[in-house]
Design a protein around this ligand. Sequence first.
Ligand code: SF4
Ligand code: ZN
Length: 363
Amino acid sequence: MHIPNHVLTDAVMKLRENTPYFEAPLRTWQNAGLLQINLVTSGCRNACSMCNYVRKDRVMDEKQVMYEMARAFDSAKHPYDRVLLGTFGSILDPLESPRNVVGKMLDYVAENHTGTVILETHCTTIDDKTLDWVRERLGDRKIAIEMGLESSDSYVQNKILNKNISNNAFRQAIDTIHKHDMLASANVLVGGPVMNTAEIMKYAIQTARDAVAWGCDDIILFPLNIKPYTLTEWLYERDMCLPVSMHTFHRVLETLVQDTPVAWKLHTAWYGDHQHGDVITASAPVCCKKCEPEFVEFNRQLNRTFGMPDRAAVLQEMFANFKVPDCGCADITYELAPPPLSLEARTRIMVGTVKKQLLQANY
Ligand code: SF4
Ligand SMILES: [Zn+2]
């Protein structure tokens, strides 16, 4: 376990104080065969730079949660074969997500859904006892545990993203998940503060490859969403965080699909593809109006290939046939400071600026 950077943690907590409080007990989305249900909790106990998950006291009304749960299932507009249960942090963290409520949610899913169940949780919430408890409720249906890895580079992971996990802890969680005959999914971030385009690509590609080498069954690539009330938004407004371009994201994917074992396991996700109503607004990957529909459609097609026989070859062909739109927004290059400054030096400047300008009253 790494010690979180107290400056970044304080900054994230300060910015999160302004997040709106959600009255509804659940938030639901539907997207390409997936029904996602998020329990609105008091929020994650961690403080990552890119996350705005609120941290406020919340009294959970079990009856209301179950009423909304039934409504989410009944009002699903499209067919789905996967149900994802998430929260504002970790569904398997008993301090955040009360076990009595989560137990009821799992029982409801067991009674009403025969397909895959995905549980989104922090890798440190995985242990034998917890997974036994989950298995007991869900029986022999396919279970996947989705965990944020973000970056396998420990500097990026802890000093820039303030994620506060270690690769060892993550690898142990994968092994425990497999021991319980469940699937392990890793969320990989494309983007983050103080990194330029070349670094964003390098770390994302390496992370996806590492996660596959460690035995992850699915890799979900997330381009950075710059969400309100986050440290990344505060840094973005001060030219210390680059919004990820769709072209950059595409180049990362294109590189990874050449790597057959990775290609089999690759998915993409971004808030931009399921924004509606009161869903947290976020700046999804940037591009112009000309190329946006083409990239969005291409990524949808990519996710639809999952489960196809010889998926890696199908993806390689898809990329070979895709003509990158000649739209003039091909990339936004970004340098926080002249190139001789190392990533470490840029990170130090970031932390110093946060201290001075955001936390000045306390430091
Ligand atoms: S990214 Fe995950 S671990 Fe980090 S604060 Fe958000 S929910 Fe918590
Ligand atoms: Zn464009």
